[in-house]
Design a protein around this ligand. Structure first.
Ligand code: ZN
Length: 362
């Protein structure tokens, strides 16, 4: 257990980034795609293959299906992506970072009803989002490895009432709503001793396990060596439970950016090297498309899950989902063709140079 050396008080990732941050030029996307692709192949195993009925009445015609017309589906793959941030699920919230299980379920139901499809943070950051035409990616992120997010019952399935269990229940009601999320853990994730049971379950079911440093270190207050030690030791702890699995994203504790921001993305300590496809902030608005010139892997903004009222509710998920729904052309909408990046010319979006040869304006 390493809890004793954490910062005192609540470990919520408060508003260090409480205002949207300007983006740096995105220049690393190609390298990141290459570096992170191994992680993207760890999705869910095909299901129900043996149960699929064999039918001679329906000829296989997939190869002759025309790709969707981007204009007809309102595609904008240079549009905005909500990256939602969760901490604890409790019946009686004590801070703006807490949500009730009912509120969490309602938010997932809203996302499903509004045609969002969850993708992991690394899938988002590397642009490997398999989202059907006309639907929108959303990234669900959980910080701090709280036991209310995930636990396995004695029967080996997610404990009822945990965030993962609720996500699976909502996904079962809404075909196409992928039950995936990115969970950012410290030492002793989800109240376990070492994560040796819970982390493999998550990975085997398509969830991403990301780094939140071993001891929830404020990286803005650590020197270059301290930053790298905190991150590398967090990665080592994850990889003890997930050997040979790359850890490809980091959520900054407290949203605090290191003085040398690049060290959040890439570095080494104790003989352990790390490299992340993206580094997640705490605040406070939708994230740019990973294909956009505005995308900065060192500073991906997130939106705190929140009702429409309360402290800083204008930066919360209810308010932002309302805004995205009110301006559908500004939201990321898939064209349904992974290799093609479609966007409406009238919106004036600018693609990152690395993706320019895949972009089609309509
Ligand atoms: Zn945290």
């Amino acid at each position: 257990m390493h809890r004793g050396v954490r910062a005192p008080g609540p470990r919520h990732d408060r508003g260090v980034n409480s205002a949207p941050t300007p983006s740096r030029p995105a220049a690393l996307v190609l390298a990141l795609v290459a570096a992170a692709c191994a992680a993207c192949s760890s999705g869910r195993a095909p299901v129900d293959q043996v149960a699929a009925p064999v039918s001679s009445a329906r000829p296989a015609a997939a190869s002759s299906v025309e790709p969707p017309d981007p204009a007809e589906v309102g595609a904008n793959e240079l549009g905005l992506v909500p990256v939602l941030m969760y901490h604890r699920l409790v019946e009686r919230p004590v801070s703006v970072y807490d949500r009730t299980p009912a509120a969490f379920r309602a938010e997932l139901e809203r996302l499903a009803a509004e045609n969002y499809v969850p993708v992991t943070a690394t899938e988002y950051a590397t642009g490997r989002m398999d989202v059907p035409a006309g639907r929108h990616p959303v990234v669900l992120t959980f910080d701090d490895g709280d036991p209310t997010q995930f636990a396995l019952g004695p029967d080996g399935v997610p404990a009822p009432g945990t965030a993962v269990a609720i996500l699976l229940e909502v996904a079962a009601r809404h075909p196409g709503f992928r039950p995936v999320a990115s969970l950012y853990v410290n030492a002793a994730p989800f109240g376990s001793a070492d994560g040796s049971v819970v982390l493999p379950w998550l990975r085997e079911h398509g969830f991403e396990v990301g780094n939140h440093t071993l001891d929830h270190t404020n990286l803005a207050a650590a020197g270059d060596a301290g930053v790298q030690e905190a991150i590398a030791r967090g990665q080592r702890e994850i990889q003890r439970a997930l050997p040979d699995q790359p850890v490809t994203s980091l959520a900054l504790p407290f949203g605090a950016v290191p003085a040398n921001a690049e060290l959040a993305r890439r570095g080494a300590a104790d003989g352990i090297a790390y490299e992340h496809a993206c580094v997640l902030l705490v605040g406070a608005g939708p994230a740019p498309s990973p294909y956009s010139a505005d995308f900065d892997p060192l500073a991906v903004p997130r939106i705190r899950s929140q009702d429409a009222t309360g402290q800083e509710a204008a930066f919360g998920s209810s308010a932002w989902l309302d805004k995205l729904a009110a301006d559908p052309a500004g939201r990321y909408t898939s064209d349904g063709v992974p290799e093609r990046i479609s966007h409406p010319a009238a919106r004036g979006g600018v693609a990152a140079p690395a993706f320019a040869d895949r972009v089609t304006a309509y």
